[in-house]
Design a protein around this ligand. Sequence first.
Ligand code: SAM
Length: 199
Amino acid sequence: MSDDHTHVQEFFGSRAADWDRRFPDDGPAYAAAVARLGLREGDRVLDAGCGTGRALPPLRAAVGRSGLVVGADLTPAMLEAAVRAGRDREGRLLLTDVAALPLRSRSLDAVFAAGLVAHLPDPAGNLRELARVVRPGGVLALFHPVGRAALAARQGRQLTPDDLRAEANLRPLLAGSGWDMTAYDDEDARFLALAVRAG
Ligand SMILES: C[S@@+](CC[C@H](N)C(=O)[O-])C[C@H]1O[C@@H](n2cnc3c(N)ncnc32)[C@H](O)[C@@H]1O
């Protein structure tokens, strides 16, 4: 277990039980972001860093019962909270690091990742691993229900030019990891970057 893993598990482990209660009004924002993936009945989708599985119900609704929904997370307590909330009925939960997914190459149509990228120790390598499991033409959504500036203000920090999710940084990061960025929205009430798996 690396220091990065331990830190993530401690940080989110202590927040897991209250996670959904802290953010009770986010459901529509998650549903709207999932809609931007353009999923179809029968598609196969991964929620990377799924936490308590808040995105799993809209993902399941989008792909239907014939589709595949997988939620992957590194923090056992977050997945336990997902099970308590019944979200294991919406998708298969995997306790795993997104840096090394137990999934076949090109086996998925899309990846949804909410609140994940800022916590990755090796963003380029980890985004490349997400690209590995998605077919060419498949889609990635990097989402947060709060925009970058509003989140920084909430956390009492300044937004700096080296911020990973700034458009000027994210576009080349994605391009170097197998993804072509196709949309970028950073508003107070939402951060959403979309990318397509390069052929
Ligand atoms: C900010 S929370 C977001 C949880 C959920 N996606 C949501 O929107 O409510 C980030 C989640 O990413 C998970 N995570 C962080 N690094 C990870 C990694 N390398 N592999 C898998 N999950 C990771 C954490 O355990 C945590 O549950």
